[in-house]
Design a protein around this ligand. Structure first.
Ligand code: 4H6
Length: 249
């Protein structure tokens, strides 16, 4: 997958292109990245890429021309099939990012991520050159770069070989619609708190059931909304009934 970010702060993306599993995978050429700074497309010598808003109001708006040219330049860099590409604008006004959308985006060859700064971008860029507007949550941050990196990381976890054979994104809790179970490692006792005995039993079937019960228990108490739209396997229904009976006692 080839990901391009249109951003005034290219260096910010080093946190995902140089570090962690995503950084290692990029260095292994499992995915590729390029940043395009719209300032190079400013048609004035001073590199202005923002201007005052029509209609007045605080702050500045990113001008259409430099962004449009940057998106065109990104499209000329596409690898693989051109049609398997998407230009995405990260904004609080976008469609909420979901696991389903992450999976859909992970199938693409090319992603272009437009990162807004100032008060946002000229609407005409969105109308002519952006395919989708996506929000990573109902909150506002100072620029689109961090939301873009969140989207990138979530998507890259589903690109083959990014995670390596040990971990797999499919086993992530959200992948099967439940919250994750608690994790423990050595020492077996920490500040007087012991690790649940079941995890030291070596009985992998019982351990798997305990973990599933913990996921269900956590999901029921912290995010019951996730259970509403989820099909339950017989074993899950049995465990949920057991958990609900406990809380009814
Ligand atoms: N939820 C999200 O995905 C999300 C995405 C971006 C973002 N900010 C960049 C931005 C992008 C578009 C429009 C306005 C703005 N902002 C610019 C700075 O001022 C506030 C508004 N914030 C939250």
């Amino acid at each position: 997958m080839f990901i391009q970010a249109i951003t005034l702060f290219p260096e910010m993306f080093e946190s995902i292109t140089e570090y962690g599993v995503t950084g290692r995978a990029r260095k292994q050429d499992i995915w590729q990245f390029a940043a395009i700074n719209p300032r190079q497309f400013a048609d004035n010598k001073l590199g202005y890429i923002d201007d005052r808003p029509f209609g007045g109001g605080v702050g500045m708006v990113m001008m259409a021309e430099p962004l449009f040219c940057a998106i065109q330049a990104a499209k000329q860099q596409f690898s693989g099939s051109l049609k398997n590409s998407r230009v995405i604008y990260l904004s609080p006004q976008g469609q909420s990012l979901s696991h389903k959308k992450v999976l859909e985006l992970s199938q693409l060859d090319n992603l272009v991520l437009l990162c807004g700064r100032y008060e946002g971008v000229d609407e005409r860029v969105l109308q002519t050159a952006v395919d989708e507007e996506i929000s990573i949550g109902d909150f506002v941050v100072s620029g689109g770069e961090l939301p873009a990196m969140m989207l990138m990381d979530a998507v890259l976890r589903f690109v083959p070989n990014v995670l390596g054979e040990i971990a797999s994104a499919e086993q992530d809790s959200f992948a099967d619609g439940l919250l994750d179970y608690p994790h423990y490692t050595r020492p077996a006792e920490f500040q007087g708190m012991a690790v649940p005995d079941i995890l030291k039993s070596g009985n992998h079937a019982l351990i798997a059931e305990w973990r599933l019960e913990q996921s269900l228990r956590r999901t029921l108490t912290r995010r019951p909304d996730l259970l509403v739209s989820r099909e339950l396997l017989p074993q899950e229904t049995r465990l949920l009934d057991k958990i609900r009976q406990e809380s009814d006692e």
